[in-house]
Design a protein around this ligand. Sequence first.
Ligand code: NAD
Length: 481
Amino acid sequence: MSLSYPDTSLFINGKWRSASSNEWSNVINPATEEIVGKFAVAQTTDLDEALDAANLAYKTWKKVAPFARYKIMRAAAELLRQRADNVARIMTIEQGKPIAEAKGETLLGADTIDWFAEEGRRAYGRIIPSQIQNVNQIVIKEPVGPVAAFSPWNFPINQAVRKISGAIAAGCSIILKGPEDTPASCAELVKVFSDAGVPEGVINLVYGVPSDISNYLIPHPFIKKISFTGSTVVGKKLASLAAEHMKLSTMELGGHAPAIVFNDADLSSALDVLTAQKFRNAGQVCVAPTRFLIQDELYDQFVDGYVELSKNVKLGNGLDVDTTMGPLAHDRRLAAVEELVKNAVDLGATIRSGGQRVGNVGYFYPPTVMTDVPISSRIMNEEPFGPIIPISSFSSIDEVLTEANRLPYGLSAYAYTSSSEIADRVGQEIESGIIGINHHGQPAIETPFGGIQDSGHGKENGVEGLESYMHSKLISHKTTA
Ligand code: NAD
């Protein structure tokens, strides 16, 4: 398989170009630690051009009929499907995930574009009967205006496509700051929109120093809405900047998902799902299970079963078709995972598998099962974002629901039980945006995705995802009749 990898330019006002300063930064392949390419580093003058372009394009794009937008977006989705093999190869080179996962993500990206294209045609308003005679109260949906969006490296297509598709289906323009660690596959996504006929200025793509870009774009008067996916720490900073300037915001932040297995669960099914979902993208998934809470009767079997299934993981370069788990995406992640494991061990945790970096080249870290992990350890409190698995036991449902709700996060939670009574309590009492019972409940495009509390606010996907790019405007009209 060819290793050719494209450099990534900025895309501003319909043109691919270098930054005004011609500054570039390197992209590293996490499996080999080689520099594979570079991306353009935007300066303030580039951002000004993107802002002008987005502002101008918005004035016409908002008036384009939803059916016309739909046709362009459907064409973009088709192009992405046609190019999926190449896009997946690029993504694996820069991000590390197995090629099959990268292709699946790309195809899901195409389905996401289709969903928003279709839903954009159904952005209905309503007529509300008035208390006053001869008054028509009409509620219409209007796009909010130019959007500034920030998407991360763990899913270079999937995190970006929700923002771009939601925004343009609603009639907004967008400036996306893509992920600097994984710029080229995100740029391929933007290319399909432009090749399909999205007018110049409607979608703009920039890269650079993240804080410089967000500090410049968020307060800018042209920008009406912010959408960010990333860590809670950064999300809080951007949300407060947005609030200071009275901007709408959608924040998809970190989580720390409890995965609860009750004594009456189907153990083998729970093990299959909780291993597969943990090792996907090497655990760098905001909705990955992260706190494993197993009821006492099943605890030993679960730990043994998890260690056994972890041995099936084939760690390697994602371009090899046999690989089932790639490296961590960058050296920061490797260092973070090593620190979390060390901290847990220092506080008394027992390593049941893994626990050490694999090799000296590439950011490979194996599935690492840990027991006896104190609740005070960092891994029980901070989002792990890696293939590390702390397993604890519990005896009663009240105890485990308290643990599930202990942290300020609230993105996703999982439970396995054959009791409908327990399932009901889990569904009702766990404070989380997404709850999967007896399966991962992987959110589909049709369903709202997003967390509460420190996991953020607002939804992507589902009708809520489109709504988040629109205002409801009331027109109250007294007729002469
Ligand atoms: P990070 O918080 O520095 O970066 C996360 C993302 O936010 C990156 O894409 C980065 O470019 C962007 N970012 C950082 N600072 C920014 C700023 N001031 N303005 C705009 N964008 C900014 O950390 P990281 O090392 O890349 O990842 C660490 C943690 O981030 C992970 O442990 C995980 O908790 C979280 N994360 C979450 C998701 C998610 O899907 N919710 C995705 C990636 C990372």
